[in-house]
Design a protein around this ligand. Sequence first.
Ligand code: AMP
Length: 183
Amino acid sequence: MTSGAEALAEVAARIAPYIRDVQDYPTPGILFKDITPLLADADAFATTVVALSEPFEALGHVDIVVGIEARGFILAAPVAHHLHAGFVPVRKAGKLPGATYDESYTLEYGTAVIQLHKDAFAAGARVLIVDDVLATGGTAAATARLIERAGATVAGVAVLLELSFLGGRETLKGVPTHALLTF
Ligand code: AMP
């Protein structure tokens, strides 16, 4: 039988070659993890979507998958489909047409404001956050605050890639957090 750790190692080995490191992008000193080669490969993309979803199938039904603009959308929508859940966008300031909750946060490279529609969820909905990279955790933690302000519960965070040396997981204490690749 394959253990969870072995299965994850297998997934990591299959998808790691499709992550491209871009030095000094978007600013000097940042090693940018480019996921576009992975998205362009049918097998690597499908493996990623299933592996992001699987840990949360065992943790109770997910009602909604939240994707964070912009790369998070690309992964969150197929994960929502795989989990038979709805999809809700968290967007950068000024992009959502309805009344919003707003949260500001610090990025690995800058600061930003993200927004969520106030009426995005039914009361008590269980929500999974999906993004491409967990770096400092500022984005995911701000998203979790938005979800809670909108009356829902954060069921977990699933990311393709975690930059563990930046300590993002520490900002998500108590939230089941799952990464396919850890650097
Ligand atoms: P953070 O809030 O610091 O956890 O940053 C996470 C967000 O910034 C994610 O939405 C990523 O898309 C992006 N991000 C941060 N650092 C990187 C990186 N080194 N490579 C690619 N994307 C990154």
